[in-house]
Design a protein around this ligand. Structure first.
Ligand SMILES: [Zn+2]
Length: 85
């Protein structure tokens, strides 16, 4: 390797926002993550809904009111008159 052009590779501690931490090798001094394999829904199998001002709740209420069917204005609208009737 050419000298003085490569960053120093060292053992660093990785910190995730979920509280998980482990050691790995990196040229960074410290690694901070928002998500890791311990907390990502893909690995945990749990759905993680980030609810902004009750939007999820509101949708679920509306969804239940519609009989659980993905119906909206289209279902309430009058059926189109039959052609040539
Ligand atoms: Zn995590």
């Amino acid at each position: 390797m050419k000298e003085k052009i490569h960053p120093a590779y060292q053992e660093v501690t990785v910190h995730c926002s979920c509280g998980n931490s482990w050691k790995t090798g990196s040229t960074m001094k410290e690694l901070r993550l928002e998500i890791c394999s311990e907390c990502h829904p893909f690995f945990t199998g749990k759905a993680k809904l980030i609810d902004t001002a009750g939007r999820v709740e509101r949708f679920q209420k509306r969804y239940a009111a519609a009989g659980g069917a993905p119906a909206g204005k289209a279902a309430k609208a009058k059926p189109a008159p039959a052609p040539n009737a």
